[in-house]
Design a protein around this ligand. Structure first.
Ligand code: BTN
Length: 246
């Protein structure tokens, strides 16, 4: 993975470029990296702050021969690879907040956005977008992020090589992609659970149609979050923002 790299100074969004390359039959493993995004996108139609030079803004194209229902598992697989890449280079402890936020000391350092082109039977292309704050200083974040975001450099106390992180990320992603294709999701799920902070905690999940509170009891084989509410009913959460309650 990452042997064919398309590097740009500024783009609207690396996701958009990766979608276009996918349609033009770019091979699996193609990686799009930009120094700056002018319209970086996050989950749930949010924007993603992607200033010049200080972060990793990239999108990886995969073409797994799998049904589209499997796509969310790749978000979790990517989160595991990213935790290990960061821990290799920075010697800090990283935690995962379902489904895709990587936190250090309770502040978000990385987000993952998985998008796909598929029909009802098969994925044609899976585009994994990764946004990582690497060398920002705390005062570089806009005021709406300053209390909730962090960067690797802030947590490590010195500048971090973006190239080294990208290289380790590709190494771990390739390893876990092969493991997944050989053994399925079970070994990835175990690793993911070992890094997850939300499981076993009382949480509030805000979804498009309201919020539910209860204990996060685990994830399914598909990567869906299970939440047991105060009446004991179990809900499957496919997409939400999670808040961990005290
Ligand atoms: C999230 O909401 O947490 C996901 C953020 C994903 C951001 C990355 S940056 C590279 C890629 N291009 C985009 O426009 N978004 C993703």
């Amino acid at each position: 993975l990452g042997r064919s790299i398309h590097h740009y100074d500024a783009v609207e969004s690396t996701q958009k470029i990766a979608h276009k390359l996918a349609q033009e039959h770019a091979p699996e493993g193609t990686l799009v990296i930009a120094e700056e995004q002018t319209a970086g996108r996050g989950r749930m139609a949010r924007s993603w702050h992607s200033p010049k030079g200080s972060g990793i803004w990239m999108s990886l194209l995969l073409r797994p021969e799998l049904p589209p229902q499997k796509a969310p598992q790749f978000t979790l697989l990517t989160a595991v690879a990213l935790v290990q890449a960061i821990e290799d280079i920075c010697d800090v402890q990283v935690e995962i907040k379902w489904p895709n936020d990587l936190l250090i000391n309770n502040r978000k350092v990385t987000g993952i956005l998985t998008e796909l082109q598929a029909d009802s039977e098969q994925i044609h292309s899976l585009i994994i977008g990764i946004g990582m704050n690497v060398n920002q200083k705390q005062e570089d974040f806009p005021k709406e992020l300053v209390d909730i975001a962090t960067s690797l450099a802030i947590e490590k106390g010195s500048e971090v090589s973006r190239a080294a992180i990208v290289q380790r990320t590709m190494y771990h992603l390739e390893k876990y992609y092969h493991l997944y294709m050989e053994k399925g999701f079970a070994p990835i799920k175990l690793l993911w659970e070992s890094y997850a902070i939300s499981i076993g905690r009382h949480i509030t999940a805000r979804t498009f149609n309201g919020s539910i509170s209860g204990i996060a009891s685990g994830i399914t084989e598909e990567g869906v979050l299970l939440l047991e509410d105060d009446q004991g009913a179990v809900h499957s959460i496919y997409s939400a923002d999670i808040e961990i309650n005290p």
